[in-house]
Design a protein around this ligand. Structure first.
Ligand code: GLU
Length: 433
């Protein structure tokens, strides 16, 4: 087992100590952020299509609400566990602060392999989860969203269930909904798009020519697919993509539009080229996920699950730039190895913040009753990502620290100031001066 897998939450909070040195905030704020506000565990009974009953375990963790209601997705995965959800909720607090949106952090999950459920079972499970957590969440307290293996339709069911319980229409309870049910334009590709805007800022700084740059994307779900598509449309050479079943590689670059089209039909990227004679003219090689991570590319984009870059493979990573489209793909130890090797990591809390930023736009639209156009969403998202990317980059240069530590300094300063504004010992123990 690689480092970080035993207790991913402890691994996550260790990053704060490094950043604390550079953030001029009170130690009490730091201590507060090491403990999640509240943790809920529920059991969801599910009547299966064959008449049998199965019980599923679900969690919702609210990490910190100093800067606003807590916000974060719900994932469905057989390996969901409480430490993982705590780490993910913690990252959400810092992610919202990095981009300056008025939310704290939360996360939820159900221990389930959704691919093994029928569509009706999936709907009943999603509604069952909301029945169990309805008193814990709310449009002004804790607002869920999609995450790994959940999607817009599931958010729509959840919003409907919550509205039934409250006997009123409450679209602002959840974000990432289908557009006809109050979802926002531009939410679907927002996570990949936010990461893409980070790469565009780096491109400007370094004077890159997209066609000279080779990219490998690990994970071809919503976020991975969208960053691949946006970079590909700009001329970047996407040489490899992967999903949980395997990876494909072509050093001249893959046709990403075709990959997306076929993936949507076959649900497997390694079927895209190898088993489809139609694409033989553009034959790609089948490689493994671990080979993909070690490819000699300019940009590596881990866009799937946590801990894929760990102390077992960090030394073999050749890419000089790593953009963390997934949450927590790099363990603490691997981070040190990569930093010492001179790699630039655009950390998850910044790189994938586009999703929650457009979730914030969705929440604002739901609360105000207005609808924004796609161009407006893109302009606002681009402005935020570029501004915060450059603020983090400037901190990295100023203190000669990693982008990750800089991102934590940036967010810790914002959260710390909010905690301090409520008073710390320094205030309460001083004699009124
Ligand atoms: N699950 C996404 C994340 O990890 C989105 C969260 C949200 O939109 O609230 O950032």
């Amino acid at each position: 087992m690689a480092d970080g897998e035993q207790n991913i939450f402890m691994d996550a909070i260790r990053r704060l100590d490094k950043a604390f040195e550079y953030a001029a905030i009170d130690e009490e704020a730091l201590e507060k952020l090491k403990h999640p506000n509240s943790i809920l565990q529920v059991s969801i009974p599910l009547r299966m299509d064959d008449g049998s009953l199965k019980i599923y375990k679900g969690y919702r963790v609210q990490h910190d609400s100093t800067r606003g209601p807590t916000k974060g997705g719900i994932r469905y995965h057989p390996r969901v566990d409480i430490n993982e959800i705590k780490a993910l909720a913690f990252w959400m607090t810092f992610k919202c602060a990095v981009v300056g949106i008025p939310f704290g952090g939360a996360k939820g999950g159900i221990v389930v392999d959704p691919k093994k459920l029928s569509r009706l079972e999936l709907e009943r499970l999603s509604r069952g989860f909301i029945q169990k957590i309805a008193d814990f969440i709310g449009p002004e307290t804790d607002i869920p969203a999609p995450d790994v293996y959940t999607n817009a339709m599931i958010m729509g069911w959840m919003m409907d269930e919550y509205s039934k319980i409250r006997r009123q229409h409450v679209p602002a309870i959840i974000t990432g909904k289908p557009i006809p049910l109050g979802g926002s334009e531009g939410r679907e590709d927002a996570t990949g798009r936010g990461a893409y805007y980070c790469i565009k800022e780096l491109e400007k700084k370094n004077g890159w020519k997209p066609e000279d740059k080779k990219v490998a994307v690990q994970g071809f779900g919503n976020a991975g697919m969208n960053i691949a598509r946006l970079l590909y449309n700009d001329g970047y050479r996407i040489v490899a993509v992967s999903d949980s079943k395997g990876a494909i590689y072509n050093e001249n670059g893959l046709d990403i539009d075709k990959c997306i089209e076929r993936k949507k039909i076959t649900h497997q990227v390694n079927h895209v080229y190898s088993r489809e004679s139609f694409y033989e003219y553009n034959m790609a090689e089948n490689i493994s996920n671990s080979e993909l991570l070690r490819l000699d590319v300019d940009i590596l984009a881990p866009a799937a699950l946590e801990n894929v870059i760990n102390s077992n493979n960090a030394e073999d990573i050749l890419a000089p730039v790593i953009i963390e489209v997934a949450n927590g793909p790099t363990t603490y130890k691997a981070d040190d190895i990569l930093y010492a090797a001179g790699k630039l990591i655009i950390p998850d809390i910044l790189a994938n913040a586009g999703g929650v930023t457009v979730s914030y736009f969705e929440w604002v639209q739901n609360k105000s009753g207005f609808r924004w156009k796609l161009e407006e969403i893109h302009t606002r998202l681009q402005e935020i990502m570029a501004r915060e990317f450059n603020a983090v980059y400037a901190l990295k240069e100023k203190h000669n620290i990693s982008m990750r530590t800089a991102a934590y300094v940036h967010s810790l300063t914002r959260i710390g100031k909010a905690i301090e504004a409520q008073g710390t010992s320094k205030y309460f123990l001083s004699k009124g001066e």
